[in-house]
Ligand binder design. Sequence first.
Ligand SMILES: C[S@@+](CC[C@H](N)C(=O)[O-])C[C@H]1O[C@@H](n2cnc3c(N)ncnc32)[C@H](O)[C@@H]1O
Length: 292
Amino acid sequence: MPTLENKRVLAPVPLAVLLFCSCGAFAQVQEKELDTPYVPTPQAVVDRMLDMAQVKAGDVVIDLGSGDGRIMITAAQRHGAQGFGVEIDPRLVQRSNEEARRLGIADRVKFLRQDLFSTDFHEANVLTLYLLPDVNIALRPKILAELKPGTRVVSHDYDMRDWRPDAEQTIPAPDKKVGMRKESMVYLWIVPARIEGEWTFELSSGGKARRTRLALQQRFQFVSGTVELTGQGDVPVSYGRLRGEELRLMLPPGALDRGPVELVGRVTGDSLSGTVRRADREVAHWSARRRN
Ligand SMILES: C[S@@+](CC[C@H](N)C(=O)[O-])C[C@H]1O[C@@H](n2cnc3c(N)ncnc32)[C@H](O)[C@@H]1O
């Protein structure tokens, strides 16, 4: 597998800045080791990352560790997106901002000299990463807690361990600067809504509504749980998946009638709602409210 060399390098700081700035906060930033060395993503891989994330006009894209700015610049130029990159190396920040100005997109794309670990990225609809595996893992709790459900996260070459990607692709990368294999992996995750807990579940069909208890557990986008059925007690949900706020659950026979049914719906905070389907035909409606 191609790898970034895990060398620890100090981010260079212009001498003039060092001579004239002695504030503690600045000293802390400039002395920080690079958490990932600078290696640019080949342009073909940048293009695929942004295509997999379906970047479009109006999206807010944030690149953590933005290097020469190519991901953000491509997102703005080819997809009409806006956003910013953060980068610890001041020369790369300057180069990226100059390039954005030269291309006439500096009103939509900015590069900030900032530590990616202290960056507020909750506004992103798309988060892009080409960082080392441990850095991805260190960022993972913040990604899951702070990004809106449905936000697309794309990573070049490194995954998120047991948070399995929603999609992945291998891309030829003949001009790749690291590794023996001249190809790259791109991983895509859709930040899942949080639905773990107890719900009051209602099924409506033929003018009648039935209420029962739904208990859901969640491991990233994978959902399991039980539904309480008359005469059967708590019966396991046979399949559950989240894609952002879109939820699919397969309920066992007995929930509506004798066959299994699929629930397709949407999460809106403490409410769930959608349609009940059998063999792709809508047969009922369902909703649920979170119990406190
Ligand atoms: C592998 S490069 C990726 C560059 C760019 N995103 C791309 O894909 O072409 C990682 C970048 O992260 C920057 N970096 C490393 N540690 C950082 C930190 N703590 N905060 C911000 N940037 C950092 C490095 O200087 C480097 O430019």
